[in-house]
Ligand binder design. Sequence first.
Ligand code: LLP
Length: 413
Amino acid sequence: MVGFFREGNTLVCDGVALESVAREHGTPLYVYSAESVRRAYRALDEAFAAHPHRIHYAMKANSSMAIVRLLREAGSAADANSIGEIELALRAGFEPADIVFTGVGKTPDELDRAVALGLKTINAESAGELERIDRAAQARGVRARVALRVNPDINSGTHPHISTGLHVNKFGVPLEQARAIYRKMVSQPGLQPVGIHVHLGSQIVTLDPLQKATSMVVKLAHELRDVGLQIEHVDLGGGLGISYDGSPVPDASLYAAAVLPILRDSGLSVVLEPGRLLVGSSCALVSRIVDIKDGPSGRHFAVVDASMTELIRPALYGAFHRIEAVTPGEGRHLSYDVVGPVCESSDAFGEERRFPALDVGDLLAILDAGAYGSAMGSTYNRRPLAAEVLIDAGKATVIRRRQTLEEMLMLEL
Ligand code: LLP
C-alpha cells in the first residue's frame, strides 16, 4: 500500500509510523509519500499516452526542492509562475526548454531573464506583455517562443478565489481580442508564437468546462494556422481537482478521455500544467494537540500546534480537509473543533469532527496537505517555517529542516 493508511491502530505513511517520524522531527511536520507523487505523475502520463503530450508540473502547488526534483526524475517538465520558481527549477535540474513561464504581471526583469534563458514558452497575459517580450527579444537578437493566454469566459464551477477563466477575472485576454493579437505577432520579429494557453481555475471537479475550453483553443489554433501561424501546441493549464472528502471526482483517465478526442486529429501536441493532482494527496500535516478546551457553548476545542501558517486553505477558501487521530484512543467518540494557535478565528482546520476522546499530546494528521500547504506557508505570528520529511522506500528524509528563530529574524539583524 502507498500513501497514508493504518497498520493496526496507528497511521503510517508508506509503512512508516507517523508517531515515530513526529517524535524524531517534531511538529508541526509535513510528511510526504514519494511513491504517491510518482504514481500520480504516472497515472496522468499514461492517461495521455495516446497523444503527444508534455506534463509541466505547476511548481506553485509545492516548490520544495526535493518534491520538484522528484517530479523531474519521474519525467515531468515544469511550469513556473515567477523568476523565483524559474531559478528553483534550474537548480532542480530542469533545462530552460523544459520550463513554461505563466502568470499575470511579469516584471521587466523576469521577462528579460526568461527571454535570455530561451524557455520553452512564455505564456503571455496581454498584448502589452507581448510587446515587452518582443522588445526584450529584439534587444538580444533572439525570437522568444510565446503563447497567449486566452480567457474563454467559462465557469469552472470552483471556488471564486481560484476561478480564473471568467471575464471578471484578471487572467488572459478574451477570444475575440486573442485573434487580433496573434495576427499582429506576424509583424513582431522578436516573437515566435508556438502555442495557445488556457487555464480555467483550480480544484475543478467537472469535466465539461475543461472540454469546452479545449475545443475553443483547438479551434483557434486551426484558424491561426489558416493565416500562416505555426501553432505547435495547446496548453490546457492545470486545475483538475482531487477528492478532499472521499467523494468521487474525475481522475486522470476520465480527463484524458474527455479531451483526447478533441485533440486527436488536430496535429497539435498538448501541454498540461497540473499542480494539485500530482502532489495534493501525497502529504499529511502532522500536528500535536497542545490544549483541549471545553467551550461554554458545549463545543470541544482541540488546539493543535499547526495553524493557518502551515495550511491556509481552510481559512482562505473554507476548504475541507480530512483529519485523523494518528493513534486513536479507546474513549467514546466526541465532537471537536480542531483549531490552531494563531490569533484569528479563521485559524481552524475543521468543525465538529468526531474522534475518540482526545488528549493533550495526541497527534492529529490533516490529510491532503501536499498542494498549496507548505508553498503558501508564512511566519505570521512569528511562527518559524515547519519542517518537511519525505518518506521513500521506507526511509524518512528531512527535505526541509525547521526554520530557527535566528533564521526567521536574520533579514532584520
Ligand atoms: N497553471 C496555472 C496558470 C495556474 O494558475 C495554476 C494554479 C496551475 C496551473 C495549477 O493548478 P492546479 O492543477 O494545482 O489546480 N491556493 C489555491 C489554488 C491556487 C491555484 C493557482 N493557480 C488552493 O489552495 O486551492
